[in-house]
Design a protein around this ligand. Structure first.
Ligand SMILES: [Cu+2]
Length: 188
């Protein structure tokens, strides 16, 4: 499956365009939407569930998570995660080794500038808004503001894997359906 270019306009009027990258296997597209459920309730949202140019949860609830962000994939398939962060906020600086290979695409006036990180490479004081973290697999991907971040992972074992953001990003942090979700890995 190839990635489909798309454009999302954030509430801060910054436009990011997804990379068109050759890949095989499955693609999971997630957006990080600031204030999805109200002030401070940022969320990972399945991209196809995002509506409109000022994306918001349909009911704008600040209650329990809308559960729009669970993912199902199969074992043994290379899954490419495409995480589009339309949040322009910085919440902390990320320092540490790259937990796996990943690429950060920065939107520039002349197009997208990819920065490739190799597993083990040291990352120092990278300003980020969020992370995409799967604690049980030691995956911890930094997500800078207004970027698209991609990485590919093949799940070996069926199960339910919690993913989350570990950056201190507000009230949605730690809430299922906001900055937390689950990856259901089925046997192929
Ligand atoms: Cu976050």
């Amino acid at each position: 499956m190839s990635l489909i270019p798309k454009t999302i306009t954030s509430t801060q009027t910054t436009t990011v365009t997804a990379p068109v990258a050759p890949t095989t296997g499955d693609v999971v597209s997630l957006d990080v939407i600031p204030d999805w459920g109200g002030a401070g309730y940022d969320a990972f949202v399945i991209s196809s569930h995002v509506n409109g140019t000022a994306p918001r949860h349909a009911t704008n609830t600040t209650g329990p998570g809308p559960n729009d962000n669970n993912i199902t994939v199969a074992t043994g398939v290379a899954v490419t995660f495409v995480i589009t962060n339309i949040d322009t906020g910085v919440n902390e600086n990320f320092t540490g080794p790259a937990s796996t290979n990943f690429t950060i695409y920065n939107d520039t006036a002349t197009g997208q500038a990819p920065s490739h990180y190799i597993k083990g490479q040291s990352v120092s004081k990278l300003p980020i808004g969020h992370t995409f973290t799967i604690p049980s697999l030691n995956i911890n991907i930094p997500i800078p503001p207004d970027t698209i971040v991609t990485f590919t992972y093949t799940f070996s074992n069926p199960g339910v894997y919690e993913y989350m953001c570990e950056a201190p990003c507000g009230s949605g942090m730690g809430l299922t359906g906001y900055m937390n979700g689950y990856i259901i890995v089925t046997s192929s």
